[in-house]
Design a protein around this ligand. Structure first.
Ligand code: AMP
Length: 123
């Protein structure tokens, strides 16, 4: 599989500092910021700094250091935002057309703070 990354996508521009963001946590390999159109009381996006289009791209080609950093940062953010307890949260990553991915830079949505309903609405 060959992945084509568009360096003009909005998250690439956020990572370059061209567009502001509301940062929750930043590490050498990962940025977590608030979604601009939150769907729940907690709605943040975890983004690796590397140029990866989708989750499978990231999982296939990122270094072990990037992958560990990304997941450990998500864990810290869940603790920090107080959603890691029994009430829980949902982590979602959309890919491609069927996943209805809007921004072609891999990101994980982390949502919480209210009951989130069924995962997929069958229409
Ligand atoms: P997806 O459909 O999974 O690609 O989701 C893209 C998400 O990015 C949506 O939830 C948008 O609200 C969010 N988004 C788009 N532009 C920005 C931005 N400038 N800052 C923060 N979140 C954004």
């Amino acid at each position: 599989m060959t992945y084509t990354y568009d360096p003009q996508n909005i998250f690439a521009r956020i990572l370059r500092g061209d567009i502001p963001n509301k940062t929750v946590m930043e590490t050498p390999h990962t940025l977590v910021f608030h979604d601009i159109r939150p769907q729940a009381p907690v709605h943040v996006l975890a983004v690796p700094k590397g140029a990866y289009v989708t989750y499978d791209h990231f999982a296939a080609e990122a270094s072990a250091e990037e992958i560990v950093d990304f997941h450990r940062t998500v864990a810290k953010v869940c603790q920090m935002l107080d959603i890691a307890g029994p009430e829980g949260y949902r982590a979602i990553t959309n890919a491609g057309e069927h996943g209805m991915q809007e921004v072609p830079h891999f990101h994980m949505h982390i949502l919480g703070g209210r009951p989130l309903g069924r995962l997929v609405e069958l229409i």
